[in-house]
Design a protein around this ligand. Structure first.
Ligand code: FES
Length: 300
């Protein structure tokens, strides 16, 4: 064996060792992931078993029929309803029941939620045929089985999650922010508003962008080029606010006086009925119509 070959031997051995250790390193995360998946499946089985016993022993249970649809998973692309039976507790909301079902029976059940205090507006569903906030709706107020569906008129992305791009676009088209023409006088000075003016916009400021009103409106839902009640509420909230200059107010009124604005409303009151914050939306739309007419009147 030549000295040259001898000097190569350890290098080949090192390379083999390196390759082996690289393969080992690659295998490790893979094995780790498999183990983790197995641990998770075992945990899920335990939770389901625990829940099954809880349901058996519970004094009262509640039955949920939940809309399911997952366009990305083979075999689940057909819309269907799954039934979950969960133990009932006093004070339980629709969102609590959904969370229980997801955490104990099917971790793939998908829905939005966040604050659980009727503030973020993310958990509006179509419950027993009506737009309701999951976290604000008591199970005890509903008839069984409780049927939970995604908001109507919006495309379903998965289970109870809908595509709200159009909703946000309409809301943004109303410039949903205060546009004063100057800074308040003096450093750290407040921008004052009269008590009466604050009172006038009070209800409109309660909007939590849950899209319930939009999803209840057949004019908006049938693609009639209508900005919808929530967007008009934004226009109202700022048009009435005395801290904006007259030109900005005029622009806001003009915006909702367009073809897709207030004149599309047929005073069905469905938006007002479903608003979880009791905003008098139909009334606001009528007020905006009156304001638009007043501004268009000409005297010769
Ligand atoms: Fe925020 Fe219901 S979870 S409004």
């Amino acid at each position: 064996m030549s000295s040259e070959t001898r000097t190569e031997e350890p290098e080949t051995a090192d390379a083999d060792a390196d390759a082996e250790s690289a393969g080992e390193t690659q295998r490790q995360p893979h094995q780790e992931r498999r183990l983790e998946r197995k641990r998770e499946q075992a945990r899920q089985r335990d939770l389901t078993e625990e829940a099954r016993l809880e349901v058996e022993e519970a004094d009262e249970t509640v039955s949920l029929k939940v809309f399911r649809y997952d366009p990305e998973v083979a075999g689940k692309q057909e819309p269907r309803f799954d039934t979950f039976r969960v133990p009932f507790e006093r004070g339980m909301t629709v969102l609590d029941a959904l969370i229980y079902a997801r955490d104990h029976f099917d971790s793939s059940l998908t829905f939005r939620h966040s604050c659980q205090q009727a503030i973020c507006g993310s958990d509006a569903f179509f419950v027993n045929g009506r737009q309701l906030l999951g976290c604000q709706t008591q199970i005890s107020d509903l008839d069984e089985p409780i049927r939970i569906e995604p908001l109507p008129y919006y495309d379903v992305l998965k289970d109870l999650v809908v595509d709200l791009d159009d909703f946000y676009e309409e809301m943004r088209s109303m410039d949903p922010y205060l546009q004063p023409d100057d800074d308040p006088p003096g450093e750290l000075a407040e921008r004052r508003q009269s008590r009466q003016n604050r009172e006038d916009i009070k209800m409109s400021t309660r909007c939590i962008w849950c899209a319930s009103c939009m999803s209840s409106c057949s004019i908006y839902g049938q693609g009639e080029e209508y900005v919808g009640p929530a967007a008009i509420n934004v226009a109202y909230r700022f048009a009435v606010d005395e801290r904006e200059p007259a030109e900005v107010t005029a622009e806001r009124i003009q915006r909702i006086d367009e073809e897709d604005g207030v004149w599309r409303c047929q005073t069905q009151f469905s938006c007002t009925e479903v608003c979880p914050k009791d905003i008098p939306l139909t009334q606001e739309i009528q007020d905006m119509k009156r304001e638009a007419v007043k501004r268009n009147l000409k005297f010769w």
